[in-house]
Design a protein around this ligand. Sequence first.
Ligand code: PLP
Length: 793
Amino acid sequence: MKDVHVPRPGETLSDAILQHLKYSLGKDAAHATTTDWRMALSLAIRDRIVDPWFASTRATYAKQGKRVYYLSMEFLIGRLLEDATVNLGLMDEVAEFFDDRSLDARMVMQDEPDAALGNGGLGRLAACFLESMSTVGCPAYGYGIRYEHGLFKQSFEGGRQMEAPEDWLTEAHAWEFERPESSYRIGFGGAVKVLGNRTVWQPEETVLARAYDMPMIGWQGRWANTLRLWSARPETVFDLDRFNAGDYYGAAEPEALARTISRVLYPDDTTEEGKRLRLKQEFFFTAASLRDILRRFEDEYDDWSILPSKVAIQLNDTHPAIAGPELVRLLHDEKGMDFDAAVEAARGCLGYTNHTLLPEALERWSIELMRSLLPRHLQIIERIDAAHAAAHPDRKVVLIGDGDVQMGPIAFTMAHRVNGVSALHTGLMKETVFAELNRLHPNRIVNETNGITPRRWVLAANPRLSGLITEAIGDGWVDDLEELMQLEPMADDAQFRDEYAAAKRANKVDLANYLGQQGLAVDPDAMFDVQIKRIHEYKRQHLNILQTIALWQEIKDDPKGDWVPQVKVFGGKAAPGYVFAKEIIFLINAVAEVINNDPDTSHLLKVAYPANYNVTLAERLIPAAEVSQQISTAGKEASGTGNMKFALNGALTIGTLDGANVEIRELVGADNFFLFGMTAQEVVARRQIDDHAAKAIAEAPRLKRAMDAIASGTFGERFASITENVSGDDYFCVASDFADYWRASRDLEVAYRDQADWTRMAVLNTARSGWFSSDRTIRGYMSDIWGAEALSV
Ligand SMILES: *Cc1c(COP(=O)(O)O)cnc(C)c1O
């Protein structure tokens, strides 16, 4: 889009919107569509970001400070317009502008496509980090891939998940600036030649990586960083010889092949398929980012040995772990640095964040694949491996073993700091996946518990609660979230509690209306219980639905009983190839169909499963939630961030001692958290018991009855794969945790009956969760890992 409008000093936002509508979009206000208004608003807001953006860049150059580069395969950014408007403090002005024209500002903002360039928590964390790095004034770039198609769109057909391609780029949006001048040639395959005393990689195939920049504005527009996404292009657009010979398809082939690299997001966040394309994607964006980083360094300095004092590169999981070998290759082969010095310099720059202990999620690539795509990197990895072996003769860990190149150990050995994402996870990392490397490199592993940005997840998503908080304690909490502590005494103030409860109820009414529009009537006075996250066995949505079935059966036994009416809300996508997870979705929808239409119970229990869970839906559901389901098998959820969003928004957690749940419980207080289930150690011990699931089912008649109902066809299909899994191997210990989960669920209901006390606990959750701001997490990375200083303009 050509932006022909130049904002004049002193021009009002209102004028700017109208000018853009007319001159940038060529539309008359009388005939403008919602999308026209949204684009005009976006361009007007964008104009106001550009100056702070440039000022931040200038300040960074002037201070010659250290820059942070955050490399991530995923950025689950969602919509940006509301975020930017809120951060610039322009929300009221925008609302007024649209009010005056009988339009709804929120509706205009909701017209924006949700950029789902990520699968779940890992990608959302990267997006929160970008916002926080700008808010705290940390000079930083995010680097990732400009996927043409983000995470698929989910719908349900007969209760089963359907997947359609997501196409955020085909809809108008205002946030990216194409940078044709920032293009790099990225190679694959080919041969390694020794020319004199230099080793040179001569790739066989090359594609161009072209940069697209998005400004990321921090709170109050004080600082703005850049998210730079790479798009793959062919070096030659098409083959004229083949075209002239009449081979029209063949002529377009180079273009199609190159573009494949940035075509789609891999639709899974835990299992890695050994696909050539995936490795190509990883190398493509990592190599382009490193070239860009070194180019920027070279513009300012001429001494490679100071690289680690100017450059910090964070690897979000092992996906960009090829950065270690590639940086060594660039410094040694291309810049002429001594090999060992290049390894030291690379290590001085690199940090690695581990996100999971699930062994199938630690990436490894076959030696053959690595040799065919990245022959020089394989040599470099071998040399680093040999040096590591020489330095540690008693080591057992290898970088290349079992026929595979092991990306976890490579990331670990090439990073000066390795971090886990919650206290529990970091401890388990030291004891399990990286026990050996931790012994060889003590003090390399540090913990940085995840966080979330309060601007998006409280201020923008929950205006009612935000307004109440600001009225009570001022607005300092927005960028100093621990100020929420000042709310603590108000938990005992009946009037404050009433206002807090009224805000929650109004959010519930909004959600009830939304669900109503989708055809499901729910009572806004029922308890709203929410489990939203990727569908995965370890997250145990099947434990939740089994408990729901058992509850339904008890209500049916005694429909006149004194029950707490509740709405069980589920949300989440399953990876398209993950058959068991898709079966769980089918079961939840099948159970919903029966329960929601049962005249004996439907006023007491409803199951809602709105399709296509994404950031936008999360922003709708979380402010209305009263119960937060965080029920993963202990030891499996590295941190979670959904759990933090809920606690801040005043939902009480029912959860296991897993990930950051542990820290949430410590901070909000054990009395304000509904704990159940085995600890990570107990889970490991439990699995050693023969028939642990069968034994648990024998001791839990309610579970048996729920499973029997499924098996007898109460919900249509019989879902044998699920019942057989839970009663058989049951690796995720659904059966063994069921009885205690049932108990905790009933405790929740008892607590919910005392609304004053419930609200007191909710207020305490909000007041005591301020530590989970991603500003705190970023400051931790800056001091413990990056050695970077905050700047301001
Ligand atoms: C926060 C968030 C997640 C992560 O949720 P967990 O419960 O921590 O797994 C995933 N997807 C979206 C859209 C989110 O906003």
